[in-house]
Design a protein around this ligand. Structure first.
Ligand code: HEC
Ligand code: HEC
Length: 253
């Protein structure tokens, strides 16, 4: 796919290349409608934020398609769903992935299946099975939402950063995944990712990631910051071969 995208990029007109799965007319649409605010390479402009920073790279495919389709109310990001066809939305979303260093949307990327590398395949089994990563992390729109979506991981973390994230999750907690601890009146503790922290209340994500539970500050003993990630040190407990397989899988994302 990198090769094909490069062909589309260098030739410039996508119309006759729309049969290329993934980007299609994405670049032409992007240059015509998006670059004025987001910049020619997605670097961002005064009117529109960067599309290649961590926040944008961590959007799942579904979230990326959603923000382009529905816009963000109250910001310069309008909804494109009424002026673009479904295919055009997919094409431009794929092109955003190319700007982010990826190869297109996972779901329309014909190379999306994990590579045929046996180590990566074994790693995927571990990820979705005994290592339990899938309960917190999604890739290709399957999995949990307690931790970040891992699509495009290899484009945003180099080898060292990846190992650091696995071996020592608390060392560099991904922004938006910081943790708070609530001490309830009965002395028990609830810890987890939080949102809507105000003087009155804070919401903590339930362990299964499905709900945000509200704690009123005047009804609990205390609410404090934690420097410990929600992510357990599972990786360190795996054998050398399993670690290698898991890494091979993560690098294929
Ligand atoms: C008039 C300026 C403008 C145009 C044109 C525009 N955007 Fe945006 N876009 C924005 C702004 C501003 C934001 C930030 C919204 C916010 O604060 O959440 C944004 C946000 C986004 C995001 C979410 C990024 C993130 O980190 O969450 C994506 C993806 C995006 N735009 C893609 C596009 C695409 C694709 C097009 C063309 C079809 C486009 N935008 C056209 C202004 C624009
Ligand atoms: C209980 C939930 C949970 C489990 C289980 C879990 N993680 Fe995480 N993971 C998180 C959270 C939350 C973060 C973000 C906070 C941080 O950076 O530590 C994270 C961060 C990461 C990151 C960094 C992502 C980025 O975008 O920078 C990677 C890579 C990762 N996890 C891989 C794994 C792997 C591989 C497994 C299985 C061995 C796993 N995680 C198991 C919750 C979890």
């Amino acid at each position: 796919m990198i090769y094909r995208s490069a062909v589309v990029l260098s030739i410039g007109f996508a119309a006759s290349f729309s049969s290329f799965a993934g980007v299609g007319e994405g670049q032409v649409l992007y240059d015509g409608f998006c670059q004025i605010c987001h910049g020619g390479t997605g670097e961002g402009q005064t009117m529109g934020k960067s599309l290649t920073d961590n926040n944008a790279s961590r959007l799942s495919d579904a979230e990326l398609i959603d923000v382009i389709t529905a816009g963000r109310s109250g910001t310069g990001m309008v909804a494109w769903g009424s002026s673009f066809s479904e295919q055009e939305i997919l094409d431009v979303a794929s092109y955003v992935r190319v700007l982010q260093g990826g190869t297109g949307l996972a779901e329309v990327d014909e190379n999306a299946g994990v590579s045929d590398d046996p180590a990566a395949l074994a790693g995927e089994q571990l990820f979705s099975g005994s290592a339990g990563c899938i309960s917190c992390h999604s890739y290709r729109d399957q999995g949990g939402n307690v931790g970040p979506n891992l699509d495009g991981l290899s484009a945003r973390l180099d080898n060292n950063q990846l190992i650091q994230a696995l071996v020592n999750p608390s060392q560099s907690i991904v922004s938006g995944y910081e943790v708070k601890v609530v001490e309830q009146n009965d002395g028990t503790f609830i810890r987890g990712r939080f949102r809507n922290d105000s003087e009155l209340a804070v919401q903590i994500q339930s362990n299964d990631g499905r709900r945000w539970v509200t704690y009123f500050k005047d009804r609990v003993n205390s609410v404090t910051d934690s420097t410990e990630s929600v992510m357990p040190d599972v990786y360190a407990t795996l054998g050398a071969l399993e670690q290698e397989q898991l890494l091979a899988f993560l690098k294929s994302l």
